[in-house]
Design a protein around this ligand. Structure first.
Ligand code: FES
Length: 586
């Protein structure tokens, strides 16, 4: 048999060989080593391959996740890069969370995906890993998993879809799913036109192309130092996305040899950089859940007030829907995330280290802004403040979030009568009832849609405007809940109220007819009901019946943390020195 001769890169890795996990695995004495080598040969590889650093390629491809449809092509590109750099690539699957198909909400399984990622990295003898991600929950799950596994890792996203086009309009998934459905419900869009929208909305591979949760989290990987520059915005259908994947394959081999682990990248400074970018992008409020979860894996506290503090000092510079006018394809042509980061450098920790082995500032030193209407200059921001605010008050003692960049300015200070829905099912049953007693100035309240009550904190916080008000021309109302909302949605919507109603938070005590005060400039959310009355209501309150009594659902209900802690499981937070990755026990 003719052995693969290897290449000169093999020499590069000689000195680190004895400490490499794969080297230990393939060179175990006696039966163990024999089996490891013999069974690897059954895959068609030989000793020259086994002498190279083993690189895992974590593939979250699934036909039930449309956003990842092109991942087989990206895997091949990563493999090419790994071979070119002298590594030994092996692909492996984990669960894939597709936003469109999963019910009740993909968020229910984000922690399961993060556990799958962490444990498969820990359990297999790889020296480094490239993780493919893209759709909403897959990217935070990837970041959480690699943070806990703490093996050299690079995240490669699938990239956003191309812009949709319809009758001269640019369409965006899924800001326009909601906007045009609202117009259809209001009788302003015919069934034929609505069908045409379906045909033209999502016209390419990739994840949603407005600044929703997927675009937000994939952009933030650049600020976190977990991806190569350009990862956030290169469209999925652009060949530069394939070349980025190939570069990641080359770079991970060196990263594995250098031993640069996520725990050295995911510092408090890197997380603050991510929050600053989030605010300048007008990114998804879901990042306010995912970033604390990622930080928690490394024992870093990321309080809600830090988001507010950074948002107040960070201008909204990127003109993307749902807060602005453009979409991810336009952002890419305008210079992409590197150009945004370069613009933001005065507010960033530029010396934060990244997977390139260089600092964030070094990564973006040559980035150029090509279109100043998409990426604004400091003297022409879309808003002087970032897009997010953290609210507190007797309705949200542990905090609540509003994406005010996507809200109606005239509703940011508002008092109104509460119209309460006790659950998502109650909302769906009654919202379009012609007999519903509701006025345009009312505050729509949804209870029991949080981490435990949802369960999984579904994206239902953008309660639909009642049909009878839609017909009167109403397009926005103050809406409050303990739920999340899609990052592609818009409106004056208060989310993530904590503690949630299902665990006895004050939101559970609101009744129809109460007066609620929202004051975003004052960062206040207040229920104007006397304290004695609230005490009386609390005495009568009973928690809702749990949705799960067995299986993963029960594990979720028993261990999920509240929104400010990122909905991670309590037992997944922090680092465990006993599980350190330095050497495997084979
Ligand atoms: Fe995957 Fe929108 S459905 S990002």
């Amino acid at each position: 048999m003719i052995e693969n001769p290897g290449n000169k890169n093999d020499d590069l890795h000689q000195m680190n060989r004895s400490t490499r996990r794969s080297h230990v695995f393939f060179n175990e004495p006696d039966t163990a080593g024999l089996m490891h080598r013999a069974f690897t040969r059954s895959l068609g590889f030989d000793r020259a391959d086994m002498n190279r650093p083993m690189i895992g390629i974590l593939n979250t491809y699934s036909e039930m996740n449309n956003c990842h449809a092109h991942f087989p092509e990206l895997v091949e590109a990563v493999k090419r890069g790994v071979w070119q750099a002298g590594g030994f690539p092996l692909e492996f699957p984990t669960i894939s969370l597709g936003e469109i198909y999963l019910t009740p909400t993909s968020m229910l399984w984000r922690n399961l995906a993060a556990m799958d990622t962490e444990e498969m990295i820990r359990g297999n003898p790889m020296d480094g890993v490239v993780v493919l991600c893209g759709c909403d929950k897959t990217t935070p799950a990837a970041a959480m998993g690699v943070a806990s596994a703490d093996l050299p890792a690079i995240l490669v996203s699938g990239g956003p879809m191309l812009n949709g086009h319809w009758r001269g309009q640019i369409l965006g998934a899924c800001t326009d799913c909601r906007r045009l459905t609202t117009e259809h419900r209001a009788g302003n869009l015919s069934a034929e036109e609505y069908a045409e929208v379906e045909e033209n909305l999502a016209r390419s591979r990739g994840h949603c192309m407005v600044m929703g949760t997927a675009s937000t989290m994939n952009s933030l990987t650049e600020a976190l130092g977990l991806s190569l520059p350009g990862n956030g915005a290169i469209p999925a259908a652009d060949a530069r996305r394939i070349r980025l994947a190939e570069r990641a394959g080359r770079r991970i081999v060196a990263l594995a040899t250098e031993g640069l682990r996520p725990s050295r990248l995911l510092t408090r400074q890197a997380l603050e950089n991510a929050i600053t970018l989030l605010c300048a992008l007008g990114g998804s409020a879901n990042a306010v859940v995912h970033l604390p979860a990622i930080a928690g894996r490394l024992g870093i506290d990321l309080p809600l007030d830090l988001f507010d503090e950074i948002s107040r000092r960070t201008p909204l510079l990127v003109n993307l829907r749902p807060s602005g006018s453009y979409q991810m394809e336009d952002l890419f042509y305008a210079g992409g995330i590197p150009a945004v980061l370069r613009q933001l450098l005065p507010l960033l920790h530029g010396d934060a280290l990244t997977v390139t082995g260089r600092t964030l500032a070094e990564n973006v030193a040559d980035a150029q802004i090509v279109d100043e209407d998409v990426i604004r200059s400091w003297d022409r921001p879309l808003q002087d403040e970032g897009g997010l605010a953290i609210l507190r008050g007797n309705l949200a003692p542990s905090g609540a979030v509003i994406k005010h960049a996507a809200a109606s300015p005239e509703l940011l200070r508002h008092r109104g009568r509460a119209r309460v829905f006790a659950s998502v099912a109650d909302l769906q049953t009654r919202i379009d009832d012609p007999a519903l007693d509701v006025e345009p100035g009312d505050v729509l309240v949804l209870q029991n849609a949080g981490p435990v009550g949802g369960p999984g904190m579904p994206e239902v916080g953008n309660l639909p405007i009642p049909k009878k008000l839609l017909k009167q021309g109403v397009r926005d109302m103050v809406r409050i809940s303990d739920a999340r909302m899609s990052g592609t949605a818009f409106g004056t919507i208060v989310l993530h109220i904590a503690p949630e109603a299902a665990v006895g938070g004050p939101l559970a005590l609101v009744r129809t007819g109460d007066e609620i005060e929202l004051d975003v400039p004052g960062r206040r959310l207040h229920l104007r009901v006397p304290a004695e009355e609230l005490t009386r209501r609390r005495a009568d309150w009973r928690p809702p019946q749990p949705d799960y009594r067995r299986g993963y659902g029960k594990l979720f209900l028993d261990h999920v943390l509240q929104a400010p802690e990122g909905l991670d499981f309590d037992f997944l937070q922090g680092r465990d020195p006993v599980q350190a990755m330095a050497q495997p026990k084979f």
